[in-house]
Every structure is written in structure tokens, then in C-alpha cells.
Design a protein around this ligand. Structure first.
Ligand code: CMP
Length: 142
């Protein structure tokens, strides 16, 4: 089915100047960018976005990293978009990420792992709504 998923290019990958290389991988895999914005997250935005991890030992480091520089966030649309995007990203820990995935190629550690992607369709709906209003998502009819 055609799905939408939520993607973040994290501060490490923005700093490495590989936004375009990551966008190319989305496009080569038939994922269409239907919404996009660059912003420097506030602590409150990052804490809210990652609220499900608030009890984890890595939470404070995760929030500090995510507000350390600007990010680019986008909504990707396509067939089987959630799983396809996860395949393109590779495992959360770049040491375990398959060759040729975004994290294998651009991430340096589990903390600074270049990209985020929704883990399920329901998560994607919540994550998209956290950062985008309906009128910021563009129908791709051509
Ligand atoms: P992300 O997909 O953005 O979701 C939560 C982030 O926490 C994850 O990517 C990792 O960058 C980071 N993280 C740090 N340590 C861990 C861990 N042990 N397990 C899962 N995520 C972790």
C-alpha cells in the first residue's frame, strides 16, 4: 500500500553536508518528498518528540544531540514507505547497519546515527502530526 513515513536528517548528517546524498537515496528508491522543513529544534520539541524514550539512560544525550544543530525533516510517500525507509537507513547502530545503507555510510555511532525514521504506520502518523500541519503536506499528482 502507499504509505507515508516521517524522516529526520539529524544534526551530524547536516553538519557533514550530505543532505543531498541522503535525499538521492530516497528518490532512487521511489520515495517522494511530500513535505520538508529545516529547523533547529528546541529542547521542548526534542523532549516531546522522543517522549517514549524519556526513561531510557540515553534520553538526555539524545535530546542534547538533537538540539546541537539544525535538522531537516520530511514526509516521504511511496509503496511500503515505512519499511522501505527503514531498510534504506539500516540498523540503529551503524556498526550493525548493512553495507550501502545511510547509517553504514554516514553515521558514526548509535548516538549520532545520521537519520531517524518512523517504525510503524501509526508512529508515522503521530510523528508527522507533531511537526507538520495538513496544509504543509503536498499531494504529488505529477
Ligand atoms: P532514533 O531512531 O532517532 O530513535 C531514538 C534514538 O536514540 C535512536 O535513533 C538512537 O540514535 C538513540 N539511541 C542511543 N542509544 C540507544 C539505544 N541503546 N537503543 C536505541 N536507541 C538509542
Amino acid at each position: 500500500a502507499i504509505e507515508r513515513t516521517f524522516s529526520i536528517i539529524k544534526p551530524d548528517a547536516v553538519a557533514k553536508n550530505v543532505i543531498g546524498e541522503i535525499y538521492s537515496r530516497f528518490e532512487k528508491n521511489d520515495l517522494k518528498i511530500v513535505a520538508a522543513k529545516m529547523l533547529h529544534l528546541t529542547k521542548e520539541q526534542a523532549e516531546g518528540f522522543y517522549a517514549e524514550h524519556s526513561e531510557r539512560g540515553f534520553f538526555n544525550d539524545l535530546v542534547a544531540f538533537m538540539i546541537s544543530g539544525p535538522v531537516i525533516m520530511q514526509v516521504l510517500e511511496g509503496e511500503n514507505a515505512v519499511l522501505k525507509h527503514r531498510d534504506i537507513m539500516g540498523a540503529t547502530n551503524p556498526k550493525e547497519a548493512a553495507a550501502g545503507t545511510i547509517r553504514a555510510d554516514f553515521a558514526s555511532s548509535i548516538d549520532e546515527n545520521a537519520v531517524h525514521g518512523s517504525d510503524a504506520v501509526e508512529t508515522a502518523q503521530r510523528e508527522i502530526a507533531y511537526f507538520f500541519s495538513d496544509n504543509e503536506i503536498c499531494a504529488r499528482t505529477r
